[in-house]
Design a protein around this ligand. Structure first.
Ligand SMILES: NC(=O)C1=CN([C@@H]2O[C@H](COP(=O)(O)OP(=O)(O)OC[C@H]3O[C@@H](n4cnc5c(N)ncnc54)[C@H](OP(=O)(O)O)[C@@H]3O)[C@@H](O)[C@H]2O)C=CC1
Ligand SMILES: Nc1nc(=O)c2c([nH]1)NC[C@@H]1CN(c3ccc(C(=O)N[C@@H](CCC(=O)O)C(=O)O)cc3)C=[N+]21
Length: 303
């Protein structure tokens, strides 16, 4: 079995961001408007700070108007809701993202439901979840990580997803469930696995496409992968890396990459796979939201 093709999420994300930069420049030319993205970070979670910084930088690089609101961990729920309301009504802002997780004293779903669906560039609002589930993907805003994972699958497999067995491991609202929706709409036969699934290795062995979104480092072993299957590893886990020095850690995915490369036909690396795509698809959603709020038709979808 030849070693798996490594799916270069970094390069594909860069090509998507380039396309968005071009489209935003044209929008500026024709309408004098820049897409506006507001990212809200509450608390000091280090990983969230990295992601929010990446998002802010990507938006700037795409020529967007980008605003970062950083609030202290003790900020009241009322203050967060008031900021969301202010952003809902800000004509310069077309996309709002409230970085998760929020501190425990704040009701996440209350905050997410307050975001105007048209500005919900995470695609977490029930209106967008409903549109996606109902198959009205073209009028929804689709969650960035599942959308990015689908772009990687299509760039790797072309339009051959129909009829393939797909196993999504994980059923979260931000990855697993919307990922399963997207794969179903591509006419895959979709299995959603979770912590109560029995005989998980055998379930995974039946899959032509595996999407791992569990949050457990290197849980999915190489011999769980059907020879030639395509593996999308969403997991981002920081594990101690003493070889890099005292107290150092490194990123690994949910898949035991070094084993899986000997079984898979194609696989995403961590880092450099799904992560950059999440950022790229946030740019896509922000431009889409801006055009719709400006009363302009959607452009050619990227997936
Ligand atoms: N690259 C990117 O852009 C992004 C990466 N991530 C990463 O993806 C991973 C998943 O995140 P998220 O979707 O928020 O997941 P959650 O932590 O919300 O949920 C984890 C899911 O995995 C399932 N699970 C846990 N243990 C097992 C097990 N032993 N066997 C099978 N299923 C199991 C859980 O099952 P149950 O429902 O039964 O509890 C749950 O559905 C994390 O590592 C996160 O960092 C997340 C978002 C974006
Ligand atoms: N409202 C909300 N929306 C999100 O989309 C959201 C969120 N909250 N909370 C957390 C998760 C996680 N997430 C990532 C974004 C970028 C990388 C990313 O850029 N990863 C790089 C590495 C970055 C690093 O160095 O850690 C890579 O995988 O190559 C990873 C993970 C978005 N999330």
């Amino acid at each position: 079995m030849p070693q798996a093709q490594i799916i270069d999420g970094k390069a594909i994300a860069e090509s998507v961001r380039q396309e968005i930069t071009n489209r935003a420049a044209k929008l500026l030319e024709t309408s004098g408007k820049r897409p506006g993205l507001a990212v809200v970070l509450v608390g000091e979670d280090p990983a969230s700070q990295v992601y929010v910084r990446n998002k802010d930088r990507a938006a700037e690089a795409c020529g967007f108007h980008s605003v970062k609101h950083t609030l202290g961990a003790e900020t009241s729920e009322a203050d967060v809701l008031a900021l969301v309301e202010q952003l809902n009504n800000d004509p310069e802002i077309h996309g709002i993202l409230v970085q998760l997780p929020l501190p425990g004293h704040i009701d996440e779903s209350k905050v997410l439901r307050l975001i105007r669906p048209e500005k919900d560039v995470d695609g977490f609002h029930p209106v967008n979840v409903g549109l996606l589930t109902a198959g009205e993907r073209d009028s929804a805003l689709v969650p960035c990580t599942p959308a990015g994972s689908l772009v990687l699958l299509k760039r790797t497999l072309g339009d051959t997803l129909s009829g393939k067995n797909a196993v999504v491991i994980g059923r979260s609202n931000i990855v697993g469930k919307p990922m399963a929706s997207l794969l179903l709409q591509e006419s895959c036969t979709v299995t959603i696995a979770h912590s109560r699934t029995r005989d998980l290795p055998d379930v995974v062995r039946a899959a032509d496409i595996v999407v791992a979104a569990v949050g457990r480092p290197e849980m999915i072993k190489g011999d769980w992968i059907k020879p030639g299957a395509t593996v999308i590893d969403v997991g981002i886990n920081r594990i101690p890396a003493p070889e890099l020095g005292e107290g150092k850690n490194r990123l690994v995915g949910d898949v035991a990459f070094n084993e899986a490369v000997d079984h898979a036909g194609a696989i995403t690396p961590v880092p450099g796979g799904v992560g950059p795509m999440t950022i790229a698809m946030l740019m896509v959603n922000t431009l889409t939201a801006a055009r719709r709020l400006l009363g302009l038709p959607d452009e050619e979808p990227l997936f």
